[in-house]
Ligand binder design. Structure first.
Ligand SMILES: [Zn+2]
Length: 455
């Protein structure tokens, strides 16, 4: 038995005292619904504990919330809901599900963590690029980054790594964001070097990598000075990848696996992470040989000169409290120099929307989702909702729209660069009127309109 005088047992006493209170204030954010029993677990509300009133029938007693979803989708199965819990239909359909199927999440119901109220502050996110690193001057960016034989998005990622502009736990904490700086796989602080080289997970990936030399990755203490020698590693012939081409893809793949783990709870084994890197590197090598007109050279030049063309996506929502209906609107603008050109606009109507904040989030999610399979690489998502922008930038959990923010961040990883920016309402009038139009449409069907504005 542990003594009672130590500070540890004092800590335990507080935890035990708080435990009962905690149990009364925990509730579930529905993700894929697999962990939540329909009758036993509180999942109907995020403001207080609420479970369906029983009693269940013998057949429905063991149902989990996932049984109320259409198989293989993230949509409610209205028929099942009407069959099992008809009196809760509106309540259940007002729970916004995650498109990327986040796992179920147990949360504290007492508070809406991270709610942001100041209206006037201006948030420019993306990544803070640090200047003034004395090594920068000697580092050959062209040779070490822009001329690497890999996809532009991977070069861009390498560049951000070397600029220490990747949002790992330690970097976010340095920027005074209230996040856990720890690695999600072990107890160390998550620095860029830890994540990519020092963590046990990363080491397992590197040990499997088909290089002719064995490098001591734990010995890397400064990425910029070690970079050229890491780049110089030769690949064993059977990998089918030219030397120097694989290493950046491995870094990229470790980062992607980390994000799936952190944001979606999906564990990808070191072996899988490495095979993904090899597969992507191989595809890239054979594609660029097959297609010499590939625009990579042009893009590199643009990036080196800092002239990337950014597409601005402005979204807005209109919400009606009496009916819980929302209109969502978004416009696509391409930016060249200081001019904006409207490319397209969309509107859509949505039902069972519990709050204006959820509506704002949905508008942004629709907007980014519709472009994730396009050839756009650099986008900036703009909204006049300070709270939404604050949440996506800081990755703060607001229980009310945890799923939506998780989806937006998951979709964001498909682009080379994404930033989120607050804009004043006056700049968002076009999206605002689209949202109002969608809301005011008289028919009850979903309206999806695309008006392509000619150049
Ligand atoms: Zn770790």
């Amino acid at each position: 038995m542990a003594g009672t005088s130590s500070s540890i047992s004092h800590g335990w006493r507080s935890i035990l005292a708080g435990r009962e209170l905690l149990m009364k204030n925990l509730g579930w954010i529905v993700g894929d619904g697999q962990c939540i029993n329909v009758w036993d677990d509180p999942w109907l509300s995020l403001s207080k504990q609420e479970r369906p009133m029983g009693p269940p029938t013998e057949a429905s007693a063991t149902l989990s919330v996932s049984d109320l979803l259409l198989p293989g989708t993230s949509e409610w199965d209205v028929e099942s809901i009407r069959l099992v819990l008809p009196e809760y239909e509106t309540k259940i359909r007002s729970i916004t599900l995650s498109i990327t199927r986040t796992p179920d999440k147990l949360v504290w119901l007492g508070t809406k963590d991270g709610i942001y109220t100041a209206k006037s502050e201006y948030y420019a996110v993306s990544v803070e690029l640090e200047n003034g690193n004395p090594q920068d001057a000697d580092f050959d960016w062209k040779k070490n980054v822009w001329n690497l034989d890999c996809a532009p998005k991977v070069k861009h990622f390498a560049w951000k790594l070397l600029k220490r502009a990747i949002p790992v736990g330690e970097r976010l904490q340095e920027r005074h964001l209230d996040v856990d700086p720890k690695c999600k796989r072990c107890e160390h602080n998550e620095s860029i070097l830890h994540l990519l080289f020092h963590c046990q997970y990363a080491q397992e990936v590197w040990q499997l990598a088909p290089f002719t030399t064995e490098m001591e990755y734990r010995g890397i203490i400064d990425l910029m000075s070690s970079w050229p020698s890491i780049c110089a590693q030769k690949c064993l012939p059977p990998s089918g990848v030219t030397s120097g081409a694989l290493f950046p893809w491995i870094l990229w793949s470790i980062w992607k696996s980390r994000n799936r783990f952190v944001f979606e709870g999906v564990f990808i084994s070191p072996k899988e992470t490495l095979s993904t890197a090899i597969k992507l590197a191989r595809e890239w090598c054979s594609d660029s040989k097959a297609d010499p007109t590939r625009p990579s050279a042009r893009i590199n030049k643009q990036m080196a000169q800092g002239e990337t063309s950014v597409t601005a996506v402005r979204s807005d929502a209109a919400w009606m409290a009496s009916s819980n209906l929302a209109g969502l609107g978004w416009t696509i603008l391409s930016e060249s120099g200081h001019e904006y050109k409207k490319r397209a606009e969309y509107k859509k109507r949505a039902e069972f929307i519990p709050s204006p904040l959820v509506a704002e989030g949905l508008a942004m999610r629709e907007a980014i989702q519709s472009y994730r399979r396009s050839d756009l690489q650099d986008i900036r998502l703009e909204s006049d909702s300070a709270q939404l922008i604050q949440c996506v930038n800081s990755r703060t959990v607001v229980t009310e729209f945890h799923n939506i923010v998780s989806d937006i961040l998951a979709f964001a990883s498909d682009f080379r660069s994404v930033s989120f920016l607050w804009i004043p309402r006056e700049k968002n009038m076009a999206a605002d009127s689209l949202a109002k139009m969608a809301l005011n449409a008289l028919d009850n069907v979903l309206v999806v309109d695309a008006i392509n504005v000619p150049n």
